[in-house]
Design a protein around this ligand. Structure first.
Ligand code: GDP
Ligand code: MG
Length: 487
């Protein structure tokens, strides 16, 4: 998205006379880019007309930085759309709060419940988890596992198993069910299956989510937990039964906050889905999950618009700590591909030793990404050094050098590149000019590192890509005394 918008703005900057037509053309380009990022159509249209109102054609004509004016307008419009005007309910430590999670199956509710609990536990809260998902057979086990890992108290129902007699085994084995679920009514499930010793088991479970939710909430209130989190079931589709069950659980547990969990990869479906949930329960906040994938993020705007509630966190991975407080400005920066400066600098201060901060910032501000800097960064990443986290905040950086799920191959690749760089001269390493590498130099480097020329070329291509990302940081202002809090 960033690239497309930048291009549209660039094109307009090149036009000498900015009239209504040039502006409209530029905005149309930007509209297309936003739609492709899953921002819903009505929102894009609204934004387009707002920008037209804000941007004054005379200002544009008077030689002001046109690009900057429009960029600022888009930025502030997107920020405004993500701000519903009222903050979400914040649990207090002194009195018990009930927070209920809702969302479609697979959206990430159970995972996010634990992340949310863990986050607050670190802040000194006493959280507890209640599993009111009686629809999926393994739901309670999943919650239990997560909660145990984070040492958070949990509540739910186990299934009670009762072995069957021989002849029944024979009869049942005709079906060869390894595990089978029979829903007798909405409140009762019959489970049966064959375990490894061919023992047939079946179990019957109380499956009234409302009853279990109330039991759990009551118990944890008695145990003085101040943050009681209720995980509910989802269905694949937005069925009436799901909404009815949600309504009943909400009515019985009286949550202080209902959080709608949305998978960021659902694209343009975000608005309708969020709206459907909002119409059934009093959604008060949104959490967007799977932001680590290929999702483009525009769905967040739709969710806010449809629920009139703020996004409070985003999920960025399957692990407990892959969870970030949602911050509007850095999010919009990232959406527009501008890079997340405030987050980046914060992280830098957090993880880079104080005496190394000015030096790194100096290098960044020069925007001159030499092969030696790349070498040092690779070293850092291979050592799992703190800079890995820092560079993950930059758009493109982590996906270029270490895409998620391909860590092993990426590591091998980095090592390969470093061996090749070991065969370079100092002059080559300290330069950012790839023209130095003529055919004979490349052959020499390949021979020196036991590689082939094609691989050297591939490495230089990768270097150019990274240098481009790094170059975007050029001009980052650094106070002379190295005090980065002023940034
Ligand atoms: P539920 O059906 O809504 O309770 O969803 P789950 O919590 O069971 O999550 C469904 C799948 O999504 C699981 O495999 C999770 O590990 C995964 N998941 C949840 N949140 C994230 C996230 O932020 N990033 C990634 N990559 N995966 C996630
Ligand atoms: Mg679940």
């Amino acid at each position: 998205l960033g690239g497309k918008i930048t291009r549209a703005l660039q094109q307009m900057s090149n036009v000498t006379i900015i009239d209504e037509k040039a502006l409209t053309e530029c905005l149309n380009e930007i509209t297309r880019a936003l739609l492709q990022s899953d921002v819903s159509f009505p929102l894009v249209r609204e934004m387009q007309s707002n920008i037209k109102k804000i941007v004054n054609l005379e200002d544009l004509a008077a030689g002001h930085n046109k690009r900057r004016i429009i960029e600022q307008a888009i930025f502030s419009e997107l920020c405004k759309m993500l701000d519903p005007g009222k903050p979400a309910f914040a649990p207090k430590k002194s009195k018990p709060s009930v927070v209920m999670f809702v969302g479609l199956q697979g959206a990430g509710k159970t995972t996010t419940c634990t992340k949310y609990a863990y986050y607050h536990q670190k802040k000194g809260y006493k959280p507890a988890l209640v599993c009111a998902d009686t629809f999926r057979a393994g739901a309670f086990d999943q919650l239990k596992q997560n909660a145990t890992k984070a040492r958070i108290p949990f509540y739910g129902r186990y299934l009670k198993s009762i072995p069957l007699r021989r002849y029944e085994i024979l009869r049942l084995s005709l079906y060869q069910p390894s595990s089978c679920m029979l829903r007798l009514s909405t409140k009762c499930i019959l489970l049966f299956g064959l375990d490894s010793e061919s023992e047939v088991w079946f179990s019957y479970t109380e499956s009234d989510p409302v009853k279990i939710a109330v039991e759990g909430v009551d118990r944890f209130k008695k145990e003085n937990c101040d943050l009681i989190i209720v995980d509910t079931s989802g269905r694949h589709k937005q069925e009436a039964t799901l909404f009815e069950e949600m309504r009943q659980v909400a009515e019985a547990t009286k949550p202080d906050l209902v959080i709608f969990v949305m998978d960021s990869s659902i694209g343009q479906a975000a608005f309708d889905q969020a709206q459907a949930f909002k119409q059934s329960v009093a959604v008060g906040a949104v959490i967007i999950t799977k932001m680590d994938g290929h999702a483009k993020g525009g769905g967040a705007l739709s969710a806010v618009a449809a629920t009139k509630s703020p996004v409070i966190f985003i999920g960025t991975g399957e692990h407990m700590d892959e969870f970030e407080v949602f911050d509007v400005k850095p999010f919009v920066s990232r959406l527009l591909g501008m890079g997340d400066w405030s987050g980046f600098v914060d992280k830098l201060q957090e993880v880079v030793p104080k005496d190394q901060q000015p030096e790194l910032l100096e290098k960044l501000s020069q925007g001159n990404f030499t092969l030696r800097i790349m070498y040092d960064q690779f070293q850092n990443i291979l050592n799992m050094g703190p800079l890995k986290e820092v560079f993950q905040m930059l758009p493109g950086f982590s996906s270029e050098i270490m895409p998620k799920g391909h860590e092993k191959e990426s590591q091998a690749k980095l090592k390969r590149y470093m061996t090749m760089m070991d065969s370079m001269t100092n002059e080559e390493l300290d330069s950012s000019n790839t023209k130095l590498f003529n055919e004979s130099r490349m052959m020499r480097i390949a021979r020196g590192s036991g590689r082939i020329v094609r691989e050297v070329m591939e490495m230089l291509e990768e270097y150019k890509k990274l240098a481009k990302i790094w170059g975007n940081m050029k001009g980052l202002k650094i106070p002379k005394n190295g005090d980065m809090s002023a940034l």
